[in-house]
Design a protein around this ligand. Structure first.
Ligand SMILES: [Zn+2]
Ligand SMILES: [Zn+2]
Length: 342
């Protein structure tokens, strides 16, 4: 399947729906690492780019290591030879993320009682909206998802939360164990192996290389945040909801699973660095292809930004960079336009 490079919002929506469909069946939220092919099944045709456009994009500088927050990286960044997805032989940074946000604590995730306010819970997003996880959201799930099998609370008003390591392991996975259905699912740092954050090592091209074909993000990680966390593929919302679970995010758009530790699914402004120029938003991370990821644009700015099918655009001040989707889309980015490390 080929999708023409275009600024049409309709096309972006179509592409996004396709990616969501392909992502339903993968284990973004709890599958074992390293399974299956690294690329999605959708190709994105980038051939409509003009030579001038490409020449401008090629001037984009690579990742700026000085932007990482203190504590975001578990090891010093090194450089090594690497071969990229389009066959380009170049050098890559080897970056090992600390796996825990350098600038904030994680949580809260699930509320504990139907009377709890939004402050006592995190958020949920399902591709349609972002919702505060307060007690009344939990109380109204059956109505909200039009399915009377939903009941995440006991008759005394307490909410059924995965409150042991065993329950977390049984529920924070695509095939939720039956006894943990109808639970609000959350994890804790102390339940990870040795009670430590899970570090992740990524190879990122030192200079981004525009690709001839885009890479769809259905099961690969998207990139990394400047506070030291992996930006993951979309959460498998349909699998989560079909088990009558809510895989709660904290207000920063991240949550735990036993294999990946704390990881991010939605851009919520928690790892931004620096100020933004007029019509722009601050950088908060980098994609696997080495291009910067900035916070979402508001609708007015987006109308002027001429974002491409992967939410990227070139500006003289910033070079080529992406703008994250809003968290409600459950996809920080839908695709990448640069080559990525094999
Ligand atoms: Zn997840
Ligand atoms: Zn921009």
């Amino acid at each position: 399947m080929t999708i023409q490079f275009s600024n049409s919002r309709l096309l972006k929506t179509a592409l996004f729906s396709l990616l969501l469909l392909t992502s339903i069946f993968v284990a973004a939220c709890g599958g074992p690492p390293g399974g299956g092919p690294p690329r999605g099944g959708v190709s994105i045709d980038l051939s409509a780019r003009s030579a001038d456009e490409l020449a401008a994009i090629r001037t984009t500088a690579g990742l700026d290591i000085s932007l990482f927050m203190d504590g975001a990286l578990a090891e010093d960044v090194t450089t090594e030879d690497c071969t990229l997805s389009g066959g380009t032989e170049t050098t890559c940074y080897r970056i090992t993320l600390a796996g825990y946000p350098a600038n904030h604590e994680t949580g809260p995730f699930c509320p504990r009682n139907l009377t709890d306010s939004a402050e006592e819970g995190g958020i949920w997003f399902d591709g349609n909206g972002v919702y505060d996880l307060d007690g009344s959201f939990i109380a109204e799930l059956a109505e909200f998802y039009a399915d009377e099998n939903w009941k995440l609370y006991n008759d005394d008003g307490s909410i059924r939360v995965t409150d042991t390591e065993e329950a977390f392991d049984g529920a924070a996975r695509p095939n939720v164990e039956e006894q943990y259905q109808n639970h609000c699912v959350e994890g804790r740092l102390e339940w990870l192996p040795n009670g430590e954050p899970i570090t992740t090592t990524l190879l990122i091209p030192t200079t981004p290389v525009p690709a001839e074909e885009g890479t769809a993000i259905s099961r690969i990680n998207v990139g990394l945040t400047l506070n030291g966390v992996v930006i993951a593929a979309p959460a498998p919302v349909d699998a989560i909801l079909s088990a009558y679970t809510i895989a709660a995010f904290d207000d920063c758009g991240g949550h735990y699973n036993p294999n990946d530790g704390y990881h991010l699914h939605g851009a919520r402004g928690c790892s931004e660095v620096g100020e933004a120029d007029h019509g722009e938003t601050p950088i908060f991370g980098y994609a696997l292809d080495g291009y910067a990821i900035h916070s979402p644009l508001d609708h007015h700015a987006e109308d002027h930004a001429e974002l491409d099918a992967c939410n990227g655009h070139y500006t003289e001040a910033l070079g080529y960079h992406y703008h994250a989707n809003s968290a409600q889309d459950n996809a920080v980015l839908n695709c990448l336009t640069g080559e990525i490390s094999q």
